[in-house]
Every structure is written in C-alpha cells, then in structure tokens.
Ligand binder design. Sequence first.
Ligand SMILES: NC(=O)c1ccc[n+]([C@@H]2O[C@H](COP(=O)([O-])OP(=O)(O)OC[C@H]3O[C@@H](n4cnc5c(N)ncnc54)[C@H](OP(=O)(O)O)[C@@H]3O)[C@@H](O)[C@H]2O)c1
Length: 212
Amino acid sequence: MRVLLLGASGRIGRRVATELLDRGHEVTAVSRSGTVEGIDHSSFVAVSGDASDADAVARLATGHDAVASALGPSDGEDPAVLVELMDAVVEGMRRASVDRLVWTGGAGGLHVGPDTRLVETEEFPDEWEGLAQSAIEAYEDLAEVDDLEWTYLAPAALIEPGERTGEYRTAEGELVADDDGDSYISMEDFAVALVDLLESGDAVHTYLATGY
Ligand SMILES: NC(=O)c1ccc[n+]([C@@H]2O[C@H](COP(=O)([O-])OP(=O)(O)OC[C@H]3O[C@@H](n4cnc5c(N)ncnc54)[C@H](OP(=O)(O)O)[C@@H]3O)[C@@H](O)[C@H]2O)c1
C-alpha cells in the first residue's frame, strides 16, 4: 500500500512510519520541516508540506492508497489548529480522490460512563483541556463526512514510547482501561493498531479507542 503519512516526524508519526515500513508498505512522510530523524529505508520518502493547506494535501495525496494522520499542534501553537488541519485534510483528499483516512485523535471525547466523557472528569488535567476540546471539534467535523472511509483512532488516556507487544484492545467511543481502571498504550502498539486499520479497512465512520 502507498500511504501518505501526515505528521510523520512526530512522536507517534515516527512509530507509524516504522510499523508501515516493517510491513512492506511505501511511505510518503509529510511534516513542515520535511525531515524525519532515524528512518532510512528504500520505501520511505520525507517531504515538506503544510497539512493545513487543502491544495498542498491534494497534491501530496495524489497517487496514494490511503492517508494516515499523526498531526498535532506544535508546542505553543493554538490547539484550534487541529480543526483547520482536519478540514484541509478532508478537502485535500476529496480533490485527490483518495478515500481511506485513519486519523490519530484524542481520548478526551471518549465516554467513561453513559453521560460522561473523559474530558469532563475531575481527574482530567486542566492543561490538556483546550487540546481535548479542539480534538473533539475536529472529530465533530469528521463525523459529518460521509464520502470518505475514515476512522478516528484515539489512543488510551496515557500513551508513551514503550514496547511493541502487538497486543491491544479496541472499543467504539469508550475509553479502554484495564481491570485497575488504568488506560494506557505504548506508541508502538498504537502504531500497530493504526496500521492494522489501514490494512483491514475496518471501523469505517467510527471513533475507535485503543488500550490494553
Ligand atoms: N491520550 C491522547 O488523547 C493523546 C496523547 C498523545 C497524543 N495525542 C494526539 O496524537 C497526535 C500526535 O501526537 P504526537 O505527540 O505524536 O505529536 P507531535 O510529536 O507534536 O507531532 C506532530 C506532528 O505534526 C506535524 N505537523 C504539525 N503541524 C503540521 C502542518 N501544518 N503540516 C504538516 N505537518 C504538521 C509535526 O511536524 P512539523 O512541526 O515539522 O510540521 C509533527 O510531525 C496529536 O493530535 C495529539 O493530540 C493524543
């Protein structure tokens, strides 16, 4: 599969790139800097591009089988940029006639009870609230899209660099937590889940949560 990976230089993006390459896919890796440290592979090309520009996304996406996003705001950038990024990616994909999108989203909008989302709980850190709300707004824009085969894939509440076990669980719209109530996934296993979705084409039009 030829995959356009947006946000490929980021913490999650680099791991998604590695997982794709290890499974024999071709990766066009996009970030504004145009450089991805630590990956050197014959099926990997790093390019510079602005994913908030629909024309740029359309040019970049043309000829690919799918788009994966691990985009996120830079330090100090207004988190509301996530909504701009979402809208530009959707519009760019339409222009390029690429249908499949797997978007790395946020856990904040996942339900932890019948009427409660993670972002509404007392434990949710104040400093992440703005980002979580912007991620929810970006999801709401995506949820209106019925002409692309999208999946909004959320990490667990906590995601960090760690081990690739190849194991994870998923749930539709609900936080995935273990028996002790801890919600965690390594970035490596999140990348496994994302690439599994690209390969299977499953969970279309779904807010899918990951975790152990
Ligand atoms: N528990 C959770 O819900 C949770 C936890 C962690 C992360 N996340 C989400 O997962 C996503 C990825 O997180 P991360 O930590 O891997 O992010 P990150 O390390 O900050 O990486 C962000 C990537 O996006 C790229 N980027 C930003 N703006 C761009 C633009 N306009 N055009 C092209 N590329 C752009 C950056 O490269 P350049 O700056 O070079 O453009 C970088 O490659 C984020 O949306 C984050 O909110 C969710």
